[in-house]
Write a protein that binds this ligand. Structure first.
Ligand code: CTP
Length: 397
């Protein structure tokens, strides 16, 4: 899904070694449909050339406050007024100081004062500079004015020191830009999402699990965070990396998933139960690896806990969305599950198809509400489907 389609982003690049990473940032932003106008400070041009960023952004790079050519084509005031977002990455201590005290002695600092667009700053500098009270206080002042920050990361710094100050990952800066520009349907809401399979041990090396990849639940978690929610993702074992700006708890067994949910569901506004919980678990778990010699060939299974049913007494004000993985009579079986588990809505999908559902990047199905209302979704990327479902539900919470 192209979250930044048509958005006008002004990217300020200031003078630090991390300036070269602005190239990747421009590429990622434009790949997602943003129109990027780069503004470089004088110091930034010591590290990379305007031509590089001009080629990548396909827009003239602005380097001076009073340049007759750029001023006649794209004046600093009109740029400030038309911007949807101002990003500064990397941001030096110097530009942060200028922003905080309202100094406007170059194009970028002037733009900051002239724009009313949201501002996102990704600082990058030596750790001692970053932790200096002057810089910290300046950042605090900007924060109190509503400026957002993507904190620098810890690691090896260009100056040879090890510490905090490395420019945040480009993917994190882009994610924050999406969060700022996305609609705020879930602002102030607490959302809990479950994802992936659960895995029930038989012995130290074997387990009973299923084919769930976790992609659907992870997409819901990412999208809910973009829509303004505070998100906790409770995930069974998956190969997926932690999504940024989402609190994550990794679990294995259904019992552990239930325990984690019992802590986080009370007080939340929405539970998206996308996990494929294993319905059965081995009755006995061997402490030692089971040897093939002498093994009877029979593993006795017992029913696992039904997490949604167990949580229903702790539901409170929360809206519960379940998923129904079906291979036949999809809508009928899903509606039955919704009633039996006391849900507010259920997403019914056909897991017998290879082009949607398990492991696929796509899904398709019907959202059924306990009120009887139904909404059909065509085959969509899981992220877009999560967006459309959350958009639908946010109006009913
Ligand atoms: N679910 C749960 N606890 C379980 C099994 C499922 O909370 N032990 C949740 C799933 O996360 C999903 C919904 O219940 O949101 C329906 O899951 P599904 O596997 O389709 O249904 P089951 O209840 O397991 O029924 P069956 O497997 O018999 O179709």
């Amino acid at each position: 899904m192209r979250w930044l389609e048509g958005k006008k982003i002004v990217l300020g690049v200031t003078g630090g070694i991390a300036a070269y990473r602005a190239c990747d940032l421009v590429r990622e932003l434009t790949k997602e449909g943003a129109v990027v106008n780069v503004v470089m400070t004088k110091a930034a041009q010591e590290f990379i050339t305007p031509l590089t960023l001009q080629t990548l952004s396909q827009n003239p790079v602005i380097t001076e406050l009073f340049n007759l050519i750029s001023e006649s084509r794209i004046g600093h005031i009109s740029l400030a007024q038309s911007a949807d977002l101002l990003i500064v990455a990397p941001a030096t201590a110097n530009i942060i100081g200028k922003f905080a005290s309202g100094i406007a002695d170059d194009m970028l600092s002037t733009l900051y004062l002239a724009t009313r667009a949201p501002v996102l700053i990704a600082p990058a500098m030596n750790e001692k500079m970053y932790l200096h009270p002057a810089v910290q206080e300046n950042m605090e002042r900007l924060r109190s004015r509503g400026v957002c920050f993507v904190d620098p990361e810890a690691g090896e710094l260009a100056c040879g020191d090890v510490g905090i100050g490395r420019l945040a990952e480009v993917s994190k800066i882009v994610e924050m830009a999406r969060m700022i520009l996305a609609p705020d349907y879930l602002k102030g809401k607490r959302v809990v999402v479950t994802a992936g399979p659960t895995s029930e041990p038989l012995d130290p090396v074997r387990e009973v699990t299923n084919r769930s990849s976790g992609k659907m639940g992870f997409a819901f978690a990412r999208v809910a965070a973009r829509l303004g929610a505070e998100v906790t993702l409770v995930s069974g074992p998956t190969a997926l990396p932690d999504p940024p700006f989402v609190g994550i708890r990794r679990v294995r067994r259904a019992e552990e998933m239930l325990q984690a949910l019992e802590e986080v569901v009370p007080g939340s506004d929405l539970l998206v139960m996308a996990a494929a919980v294993a319905d059965f678990r081995p009755k006995e778990v061997s402490r030692e690896k089971i040897k093939k010699e002498g093994f009877s060939g029979v593993v006795e299974l017992e029913r696992n806990v039904d997490i949604l049913r167990s949580l229903s007494s702790k539901k409170g004000k929360a809206f519960f969305l379940g998923f129904a993985a079906e291979t036949e009579k999809v809508r009928e079986n899903a509606a039955k599950k919704m009633r039996e588990k006391g849900l507010d809505a259920i997403f019914a999908n056909d897991v017998s198809r290879d082009d949607i559902g398990f492991s696929s990047d796509h899904n398709q199905g019907t959202l059924i509400f306990s009120t009887g209302e139904e909404k059909e979704f065509p085959r969509l990327e899981k992220e877009e489907l999560a967006f459309r479902v959350l958009e639908e539900i946010s109006g009913k919470m």
